[in-house]
Design a binder for this molecule. Structure first.
Ligand code: NAD
Length: 502
């Protein structure tokens, strides 16, 4: 009961209408205790379609607003997020189960991307390209793409929206968001925060930003609506397999950010203390529920036993429990289905000769809360559950002899999101980063697989979907490129020497 009243108080404080939190059919549970925090009304298909239509109308005026002025809206959003940070971070902890520093970190990430996008609003640049024809100029121009649909997962309930909405708004696109049905409360809070920024901004078109509450069926409306030019979908590879072909079928643009099965390699020359910390945070942080969580560890034969002894001690000692209590580093799994999937993967690993330590449920007195001790699994080979993502704190450990063997094993899975090597040997580090090294979208040296900064492009290859979001030139996915050739001469030479005399 205390969590319910705290949640409602936090939401009202952030500007969410209290009447929205009761009387609907979507029950929202906190993983901290399993109790139901709210019963939300879901968006009907007709209402979702109407929101998308309004966004399409808003596009017609927003695309002509100068980009630096559009950036002003994102700057104001950043200001509002700074004010809202403590309350929104606490809501993330309650709704998604993150420890407080990770909840605060997620809001900080939103603020950081607002700063980035504001600067970007004065930088949406194209190239000029030398023309083969005299008296001609060739250039490329970037224009807004259209309505952007954002589908997001429970484990980054707000940052993923921020990565997308900030770039999309600056690029001239309205945004309709379908948050995870497991974390809609933080989404309502974000929309209230954006409303404050919109009110201060003054003259944004009605319908510029919206939010659809519900499950996959309402996400499908976004995927199918022909006015949605770009869909940025974050979630499981299973979701991507459903969404990707539909978008391809209507030639819409897809930014797919799907599952990972991330690995790290610990070399003989690795700094053992640094590697231990890097591995521990990547594998156990967020209770193994990050797309970039470390799931496979390859340790060179000569340092394997010593490293595993120390890692095992950390796994046994790390404090697991309600993240609202002091010193907790590992919070709950999101729900029972996540717990069941974890236990099934561990049973499969055992049956294949794996030695499992940890993984057991930690009872807190709340029957519907699922806390687990992170599991370390020594595997004789990379097989079975090691090859796929189980969204829980399981780290499979395997020995290797040569770096070539370790890199080959690392790349021999479907996903291609994040990877890391721990080494102080320059040659090993550079081989890992080379064209013949890691095949992932993220390849790190002496840093774990998780915890990316917003300045770089984020995303992965293969079954991770190939999308890129956030920094670098990820903004180009939210715009369409036009190549323009201008003839300022009085002749009409044709390219490639073609003649067409009339
Ligand atoms: P999920 O796939 O169950 O759901 C993600 C979102 O997709 C939800 O909003 C859901 O309602 C929606 N959805 C599902 N099927 C859909 C469909 N057919 N049409 C439209 N929408 C649909 O994922 P989850 O359990 O919430 O999140 C965990 C997964 O997300 C993990 O696999 C994790 O690796 C991945 N993830 C990836 C990234 C990344 O950037 N690569 C980031 C976060 C999470």
């Amino acid at each position: 009961m205390i969590l319910i009243s705290t949640t409602h108080e936090l939401l009202r404080g952030l500007g969410v209408d209290g009447a929205r939190l009761t009387g609907g059919r979507l029950q929202v549970h906190t993983p901290l205790t399993g109790e139901c925090l709210a019963e939300l009304h879901t968006t009907s298909k007709d209402a979702a379609t109407a929101q998308i239509d309004r966004a399409a109308a808003a596009f017609r005026s927003w695309r002509t607003v100068p980009a630096p002025r559009r950036g002003e809206l994102v700057r104001l959003l950043g200001e509002e997020l700074r004010l809202a940070k403590p309350a929104l971070a606490r809501l993330i902890t309650i709704e998604a189960g993150k420890i407080p520093s990770e909840g605060a970190g997620e809001v900080q990430e939103m603020i950081d991307i607002c700063d980035f996008a504001t600067g970007l609003s004065r930088q949406l640049h194209g190239l000029t390209i030398s023309s083969e024809r005299p008296g001609h100029r060739m250039m490329e121009t970037w224009h807004p793409a259209g309505v952007v649909g954002v589908i997001s997962a429970f484990n980054f309930p707000v940052a993923v929206w921020a990565w997308n909405v900030t770039l999309a708004l600056v690029c001239g696109d309205p945004v309709i968001w379908k948050p995870s049905e497991k974390t809609p409360l933080t989404a309502l809070a974000c929309m209230a925060i954006l409303d404050k920024a919109l009110a201060r901004f003054g003259d944004a078109p009605e319908g510029l930003a919206g939010c659809l509450i519900g499950d996959a069926t309402i996400g499908e409306v976004l995927v199918d609506h022909t006015a949605v030019a770009v869909v940025s979908a974050t979630g499981s590879t299973r979701m991507g397999r459903a969404v990707g072909p539909k978008l391809a079928g209507r030639f819409a643009r897809a930014i797919l950010e799907l599952g990972g099965n991330n690995a790290a390699i610990v070399c003989p020359s690795a700094d053992p203390d640094l590697a231990l910390r890097g591995v521990a945070f990547s594998a156990m942080g967020t209770a193994g529920q990050r797309c970039t969580s470390l799931r496979r560890l390859f340790v060179q034969e000569s340092v394997h036993d010593a490293f595993l002894d120390r890692l095992g001690a950390v796994y046994r000692s790390v404090k697991v429990g309600n993240p609202l209590e002091d010193d907790v580093l590992v919070g709950p799994l999101i729900d029972k289905a996540a717990y069941d999937a974890m236990q099934a993967a561990l049973a499969d690993a055992s049956a294949r000769g794996g030695t499992v330590t940890g993984g057991e449920r930690i009872l807190t007195g709340d029957d519907d809360a699922y806390y687990v001790r992170p599991a370390l699994v020594a595997m004789p080979q990379q097989a079975g559950p090691v090859l796929t993502e189980t969204f829980a704190p399981i780290l499979y450990v395997m020995r290797y002899q040569t770096l070539d063997e370790a890199i080959a094993l690392q790349n021999a899975v479907g996903a291609g999101l994040s990877s890391a090597i721990f080494t102080t040997d320059l040659r090993e580090a550079e081989r890992f980063l080379s064209a013949a090294g890691s095949d992932c979208g993220i390849a790190n040296v002496n840093i774990g697989t998780s915890g990316a900064e917003i300045g770089g492009a984020f995303g992965g290859e293969k079954e991770t979907g190939g999308g890129r979001e956030s920094g670098s030139d990820a903004w180009k996915a939210y715009m369409r490129r036009a190549t323009n050739t201008v003839n300022y001469s009085s002749e009409l030479p044709l390219a490639q020497g073609v003649s067409f005399d009339i």
